[in-house]
Design a protein around this ligand. Structure first.
Ligand code: COA
Length: 371
C-alpha cells in the first residue's frame, strides 16, 4: 500500500515592518476605507533591506522542522514555491538547502504564482506516496514588495511579504493530504504578469523605463476568474477525497481579497465561521498565504488533529487548485529547537565545500577536460 503524506510540522516567518493603509494613503491617492471595503486588507508586512525570499523561507523552514522534531539532514526533498525568487537561477530552494545543511535533499523551485503552495504540496505528497522519499519540506515564500510599482495604487495596496512551510512525512496510517486538484489556463496569462526580465523581454534600459519589471494586473478580470475557480476546485478536491462539504471542518483559502473569499464560500454554502481569514493583517502574500493562515489557524485552536481541511487557491498563469487533508496534529512531546550545533554545522559545511571547490579548481584548472 502507498504510504500517506502526513503534515507533521508547520512554520511561518514575516518581517516585523508593518505598512498600514494609512501609511499608503500618505504616499498615493487612496484611503484606509477604500482598501478595507474593496479587499479586507488593513496592513501588510514589508521585508527590511537585509531580508529576502530565502531568508524568510529559511525562518519558516526552521520553525516547521523544530515542530516536526526533524533534523535537516533527514530531509529528502525541498520545494520552494515562489514568484519572487532570489535569482532566476540558482533556485531559492538550493540556497535554503545549503543554509539548512540538508545534505541528502534534492531542492528545486516551483512557480505557479499564488497557487504554488497547493501545487508544491501535491508534488511533495506524490513523491512520498510513490514510496521514493520519506521526508519533504514544502515552503511558500515571497518578497513581492520588491516587484510592486509603489506608484500603482491598484496593485501596491494588495501585496505583502512572508513565508510559510510544512514538513511532510511518510506514514502507513491513513491521513495527511488525501486529494489534490491542479488546473491551469495559460490563455489568461496576460491578466496578471511580470513581463520584463525573462527570455521574452530580457532586462534592458527600455524594459526598465517601461516598468516591465513590475507586477501588472487586470484586477476586475482576476476577481471574476477567482470567484469561479475557488468554488469549483474546492468541490472537485472534496469529491476526489470521497467526502461531502459537511465533512469539512475548515477551509483555508488563498488570502487575496476578502470579497473573493466570501463569494467563494457563498457558492459552496459554507458559513464564514468555517473559513480561516487573516488577510487583514498580512495582505496577499501570494504562495505564502495558505501556510501562514494554516499556522495561525492551528495557533488559534481552529484546526485540531483529525479535522478535515481544504486548502484552495488561485493565481497568475492562470492557475488554481485545492487539496484536502486530514490534519495530523503534533506528536505528543515538546517542540525541539534545532540545535545551535546543527546551524553551525550547516554553515561550516557550506564554507568547507566552497573552499574544496576552489582547491579542486586550482588542481584541475590547468587541464581542459574537453581536450
Ligand atoms: N484607492 C482608491 N481608488 C482606487 C484604488 C485605490 N487603491 N485603486 C483603484 N481605484 C479606483 C480606480 O481608479 C477606479 O476609479 P474610476 O472609477 O474613477 O476609474 C475605481 O477605484 C474602481 O476601480 P476598479 O479597478 O474597478 O476597482 P475594483 O472594485 O475592481 O477593486 C481590486 C480593485 C484590485 C481591489 C479588485 O479588482 C481585486 O481585488 N481584484 C483581484 C485582484 C487579485 O486578487 N489579485 C491577486 C491574485 S492572486
Amino acid at each position: 500500500m502507498s504510504p500517506y503524506a502526513h503534515i507533521i510540522g508547520w512554520g511561518m516567518a514575516v518581517p516585523e515592518q508593518v505598512l498600514t493603509n494609512d501609511d499608503l494613503a500618505k504616499r498615493m491617492e487612496t484611503s484606509d476605507e477604500w482598501i478595507q471595503s474593496r479587499t479586507g486588507i488593513r496592513e501588510r508586512r514589508i521585508a527590511e533591506s537585509d531580508q529576502t525570499t530565502a531568508s524568510l523561507a529559511y525562518g519558516a523552514a526552521c520553525e516547521a522542522l523544530e515542530m516536526a522534531r526533524l533534523k535537516p539532514t533527514e530531509l529528502d526533498l525541498i520545494i520552494v514555491s515562489t514568484s519572487s525568487p532570489e535569482f532566476i537561477f540558482p533556485a531559492t530552494a538550493c540556497l535554503v538547502q545549503d543554509r539548512l545543511g540538508a545534505r541528502k535533499a534534492g531542492a528545486f523551485d516551483l512557480l505557479a504564482a499564488c497557487t504554488g503552495f497547493i501545487f508544491a504540496l501535491n508534488m511533495g505528497t506524490q513523491a512520498i506516496r510513490s514510496g521514493s522519499i520519506k521526508n519533504a519540506l514544502i515552503i511558500g515564500a515571497e518578497t513581492l514588495s520588491r516587484l510592486v510599482d509603489w506608484s500603482d495604487r491598484s496593485t501596491s495596496i494588495l501585496f505583502g511579504d512572508g513565508a510559510g512551510a510544512f514538513v511532510l512525512q511518510a506514514s502507513e496510517e491513513r491521513g495527511g493530504v488525501i486529494s489534490s486538484v491542479m488546473r491551469s489556463d495559460g490563455s489568461g496569462g496576460d491578466l496578471l504578469c511580470l513581463p520584463g526580465g525573462g527570455s521574452h523581454a530580457p532586462a534592458s534600459l527600455e524594459t526598465v523605463a517601461a516598468g516591465k519589471h513590475y507586477i501588472q494586473m487586470n484586477g476586475r478580470e482576476v476577481f471574476r476568474f477567482a470567484t469561479r475557480v475557488m468554488t469549483q476546485a474546492t468541490q472537485e478536491a472534496i469529491g476526489a477525497a470521497d467526502l461531502k462539504m459537511d465533512d469539512i471542518q475548515l477551509v483555508i483559502p488563498h488570502q487575496a481579497n476578502l470579497r473573493i473569499i466570501e463569494a467563494a464560500l457563498r457558492g459552496l454554502s459554507i458559513p464564514m465561521d468555517r473559513c480561516m481569514v487573516n488577510i487583514d493583517r498580512y495582505g496577499n502574500t501570494s504562495t505564502a498565504s495558505i501556510p501562514i493562515a494554516t499556522y495561525e489557524a492551528v495557533k488559534q485552536g481552529r484546526l485540531k488533529a483529525g479535522d478535515k481541511v481544504v486548502f484552495v487557491g488561485f493565481g497568475a498563469g492562470l492557475t488554481w487548485g485545492a487539496a484536502v487533508a486530514i490534519w495530523s496534529g503534533l506528536e505528543p512531546g515538546a517542540r525541539k529547537p534545532l540545535p545551535v550545533g546543527l546551524r553551525f554545522y550547516a554553515r561550516l559545511r557550506s564554507f568547507i565545500r566552497r573552499i574544496m571547490r576552489r582547491i579542486d579548481a586550482l588542481i584541475w584548472g590547468r587541464h581542459n577536460p574537453y581536450t
